[in-house]
Design a protein around this ligand. Structure first.
Ligand code: ADP
Ligand code: MG
Length: 582
């Protein structure tokens, strides 16, 4: 049987994993890394770069790179990179394709099937966009799995024989998700999910950069508009310093000049952990509301949570661990690497899809993260007022689920009912998201109150099917919610799949070379003249070797470059900060 992989398609970082004989394992990328930055760039030759190489390019050429595009999945947002335009789905598709290539190199055979995760808070449109990204990458998506559910699976909650309640606290680069998970009779059930789609470690990094600039009497917004290279450089510096501050008490940030270079007079600012914590605390405080909502939805008090699980790279910050410990009165669990947990859980789920026998102990259920319903009219006095939302499936109902509700005609001899399907938490449809609409025709003429049964069936991929049955005639109309005002339609997905085939990208064997070149370009700007000359020679030699396509020459020159960079790249030690959490 073909291998099925699990993929965490993250806002900041993505990872692939598979279920091996000893449990789930991360699949390394072409650079040997366990996480692949969710960054895409287009170099001067019009060739696409993905991952670490694109992240390097981003420092010097932010205009040619895209990041954080997961926040815009399913929207009309377009990205211009070089001469090419991309949708968020295509950019995600490129990240997925790179992970697929890594998995194929790992298994030494084609990999076409995957389980892909998304935040629990993703709406229907965003989930469809995730499915489209998978197809664009040439993957059959077996399941879209909520990230906190995946994390819960990685921790093997289902193996607990006693009934327990867990809370998954996932603070990544761009999103915050909280979920209440219960083990009940050896069954894993997600009872509630809540979250925020724009709260994460990137916000901390930007806050840090803004405070550093403010300290120098500059405004971040203005700097971003006027000196984007300074800002992209500074943000990169702050990202590294932020990570160091998870271990050390203080870290230095060099402030580049307007051109993004470090002149002889470059200011160096020392930031302490205490300062950073003071700056991020107001943002961190926003984590509390979703926690309260998730607990309220399950009618649980904080002290009824048996364990808290940390997920997401930003939970490596001591201040986050402290916050969680304070909120729940006990230290959280962090046995697994918080930025790998989701991919590991997706791999277990992939194993479940692939060879049910091996993990037949595991029953996973999930919840609908939002309320689904239809528009209704209400009668006040003699008048009908439309625009009201009538829930059919309540938020945090366990899925898959199927619910029926009966609606009836308002006017004599009414033969058509127009059904408008919405999702959201507001009483009025205007503030909720319209998912689709269709007409139920053929209602026999008669007095008011002719019934139509409306059945909502919501499956594990978050796809909603609406079926309406005219009570008098048993005639049915079915409508699968796939149409969106925004997002890609079927034709666009097919066009994107074709476009992907013609897109120039470097072969996987070339990944390390591209990464080294991009990194050397960045480092070059930071070096004094004598070292620049040296690096320039090394680069010339390396490029000549690449041109010659002689493996021995390439390896020799590559090694020289590697050694030079590890000695002279001041940002080196913080690269690939993937020490084990154990
Ligand atoms: P996502 O789920 O959004 O793709 P991750 O779970 O990989 O992201 O988390 C990425 C975020 O974690 C980034 O904002 C990064 O700065 C932050 N992060 C990673 N390692 C550390 C660390 N050691 N200390 C503080 N923040 C970290
Ligand atoms: Mg994540």
């Amino acid at each position: 049987m073909d291998p099925i992989i699990g993929i965490d398609l993250g806002t900041t970082n993505s990872a692939a994993a598979h279920l091996g004989p000893d449990g789930p394992e991360i699949i390394p990328n072409a650079l040997g890394g366990r996480l692949t930055p969710s960054v895409v760039g287009v170099d001067d030759a019009g060739t696409v770069l993905v991952g670490a190489a694109a992240k390097e390019l981003q420092v010097l050429r932010p205009d040619r790179c895209a990041a954080l595009f997961k926040r815009h999945m399913g929207t009309d947002r377009r990205y211009e990179l070089g001469k090419k335009t991309f949708t968020p789905e295509e950019l995600s598709g490129l990240v997925l394709r790179s992970l697929k290539d890594d998995a194929e190199a790992f298994f030494k055979r084609p990999v076409t099937r995957a389980v892909i995760t998304c935040p629990a808070y993703f709406n229907d449109r965003q989930r469809k966009a995730t499915l489209a990204a998978g197809r664009i990458a040439g993957l059959t998506v077996e399941r879209i799995l909520n990230e906190p559910t995946a994390a819960a699976i990685a921790y093997g909650f289902h193996e607990t024989r006693t009934d327990r309640t867990f809370l998954v606290f996932d603070l990544g680069g761009g999103t915050f998700d909280v979920s209440v998970v219960q083990v009940f009779d050896g069954t894993l059930e997600v009872r509630a999910s809540a979250g925020e789609t724009s709260l994460g470690g990137e916000d901390f990094t930007r806050t840090m950069a803004a405070r550093v600039l403010e300290g120098l009497g500059q405004s971040f917004e203005r700097a971003e508009a006027v000196t984007p290279l300074l800002v992209s450089r500074l943000v990169q510096q702050c990202e590294l310093a932020k990570r160091r501050l998870s271990k050390d008490d203080a870290a230095a940030v060099r402030v580049p000049d307007a051109a993004g270079e470090y002149g002889a007079k470059a200011a160096e600012v020392t930031i302490t952990r205490q300062q950073l914590e003071g700056w991020v605390n107001p943002t961190l405080a926003r984590c509390e509301l979703p926690i309260r909502r998730a607990l309220a939805d399950t009618r649980l008090a904080r002290d009824q949570i048996d364990e808290v699980i940390l997920v997401g790279g930003a939970t490596r910050m001591p201040v986050v661990v402290r916050l969680v410990a304070d909120l729940f009165g006990k230290p959280p669990q962090g046995r697994l690497n918080p930025d790998e947990v989701v991919a590991l859980g997706a791999a277990v789920q992939a194993g479940l899809v692939g060879r049910a026998g091996a993990v037949d102990d595991l029953v996973v259920t999930d919840v609908s993260p939002f309320t689904l319903g239809v528009e209704v009219s209400k009668r006040f006095g003699g008048d009908f007022q439309d625009g009201y939302f009538d829930p059919v499936i309540d938020r945090n109902t366990t899925i898959p689920t199927s619910r029926v509700k009966r609606y009836s005609t308002l006017h004599p001899n009414q033969t058509i009912i127009s059904l408008k399907v919405y999702q959201g938490e507001s009483r009025r449809v205007g503030e909720n998201l319209l998912l689709g609409e269709f007409d139920v025709k053929g209602i026999p003429p008669g007095p008011v109150g002719q019934g139509v049964d409306v059945r909502f069936t919501y499956d594990l991929n978050g796809v909603l099917e609406v079926e309406a049955t005219v009570v008098a005639t048993k005639q049915k109309v079915t409508h699968v919610i796939t149409k969106h005002a925004q997002g890609l339609n079927e034709q666009q997905v097919r066009a994107a799949v074709r476009a992907m085939e013609t897109l120039k990208s470097h072969p996987r064997e070339d990944a390390e070379n591209r990464f080294l070149l991009a990194r050397a370009e960045r480092v070059f700007k930071e070096l004094p003249a004598d070292l620049r000359r040296l690096l320039s020679e090394l680069l010339d030699g390396f490029e000549a070797a690449l041109e010659s396509q002689e493996p021995a020459a390439i390896e020799a020159n590559r090694e020289g470059l590697r050694q030079f960079l590890s000695r002279h790249d001041p940002d080196h030690e913080a690269e690939g900060d993937a020490e084990d959490a154990e």
